[in-house]
Write a protein that binds this ligand. Sequence first.
Ligand code: DC
Length: 229
Amino acid sequence: MSTVVAPFIAIDGPVGSGKTAAGRQLAARLGHIFLDTGAMYRAITYLALQKNVPVDDAMALTRLASTAGMELAATPGDECRVIVEGDDVTDELRSAEVDRSVSAVSAVPGVREVLVRLQREIAGQGQIVMVGRDIGTVVLSDAGLKIYLDASVGVRARRRHAQLRESGSDVAYETVLTDLRRRDELDSSRAVAPLRPANDAVTLSTDDLALEDVVDRLEAMARRDGDEV
Ligand code: DC
């Protein structure tokens, strides 16, 4: 029996579940394109903050998303570079300011429509690991493998806190925890494409797993004997 690799892999989960790091490494192992869709919502948020577009102005945000000319340089296993209006903004997307406003921007239906269309176009270019909140439920609802990565709120806040400190921020753990709870609530209660596992997703808790173990498990699920994926 030959090994078959799932061509479309959807990974969803909340902030700090480890989905971006695991998805990137999985893509590198499989030779798939890697697409972090959160970076796309962050790029529109960054642009809005730059241009003083209020994050509660749905029409202006939709217009911004439609005219941003977003391009993604997505290669197997590499960080996905995001270009808007001709500028590479990738290194600006993880700031506390973007963190604070991105849930509001990503709740705007018009913004989602523009970005989902682009995500599907990119998936049309080849085998892909796509990471986000609504990949298994909306964007790639036909994906052969859907994963929902989860972890307890305390573990996720500790991971996010460590990441922020590594990048030079001296934000307090309590602040990170409060912000993460707020974003969990906003992401899972919004009207359009709320965060939830697809009915046919495999849920994996990463509380007690090192990143490499998570990637090992995902790789085993992606490489299946037979031709049923
Ligand atoms: O994964 P992240 O933290 O970089 O995502 C940033 C925000 O974008 C988060 O608040 C949820 C939102 N998002 C979304 O609504 N849909 C996606 N497919 C990916 C991210």
